[in-house]
Design a protein. Structure first.
Length: 246
């Protein structure tokens, strides 16, 4: 796959939203059905919980995904969610327990289409052991910013994640939003690319070869609250498989 090759070669890849919208699983009998499914997906972000572990005005929910012998996706919390201090000095080193995503989100056809295609890319990536040996996380984030209260990630600076491959899918960004640009860097003093996820399902995927960050989200004066809704889908080798080629 073109994007898997770019990820392996460059450490990241930008995948336009139209790629995902062209998937067979995203083709509905009529536009109204697609819009209804999308609205259900978007409403899921209204039910998220303010992150109690870090500042930044981010609301979030979480689930993990496994495939059974029939290839069916199962959702739940199968292993504790914990990052290391080495990768996340802010909230690493502790188990974080976020509300489990409800079935109307995990069963949403659009989310499952994103997941299936991300599974396919990771299979083509060729740096991993079989998918059965990976922990797959689904993180819904809402960045919600006011004029005097920006929203920002943790950590807010250039970093790498514990997870070996991370997909950042854009679901919605309000037109009054400032910031929210993604940075790619070889090291902290060499920014290689700045890009913005603008359209539905525009995606950035990164691995451990490059540093990355997202600039804080603000709002235009006198325009009210700004929101940025994203889905992170993460793939991480389990500890017993951590000696595989990185």
């Amino acid at each position: 796959m073109e994007y898997a090759e770019h990820l392996a070669r460059q450490g990241y890849a930008f995948i336009p939203g139209k790629h995902y919208q062209s998937l067979d699983n995203m083709q509905f009998d009529n536009k109204e059905s697609f819009v209804n499914e999308l609205e259900t997906f978007k409403k899921g972000f209204e039910e998220l919980t303010l992150d109690p572990y870090s500042p930044g005005n981010r609301w979030r929910g979480y689930a993990q995904c496994q495939k059974n012998d029939k290839g069916e996706m199962l959702f739940g919390k199968f292993t504790p969610y914990k990052q290391t201090k080495a990768y996340n000095p802010d909230t690493g080193g502790i188990v974080r327990d976020y509300p489990l995503l409800p079935e109307n989100i995990t069963n949403n056809r659009l989310l499952q289409a994103l997941l299936e295609d991300d599974f396919r890319l990771v299979e083509a990536y060729e740096r991993f052991a079989p998918l059965e040996s990976l922990t797959v996380g689904i993180h819904l984030f809402r960045y919600e910013a006011a004029v005097d209260a920006p929203a920002y990630s943790s950590p807010v600076w250039l970093h790498k994640d514990d997870e070996d491959v991370v997909f950042v899918h854009l679901v919605n960004a309000s037109p009054n939003m400032l910031g929210g640009d993604s940075l790619i860097a070889s090291h902290p003093r060499c920014i290689e690319r700045v890009l913005r996820l603008e359209h539905l399902f525009d995606t950035l995927v990164v691995n451990h070869d490059k540093l990355h960050a997202v600039t804080p989200v603000g709002t235009r004066e006198d325009s009210g609250v700004a929101q940025r809704d994203i889905v992170l889908i993460t793939f991480q080798r389990n500890e017993q498989d951590a000696t595989c080629t990185a």
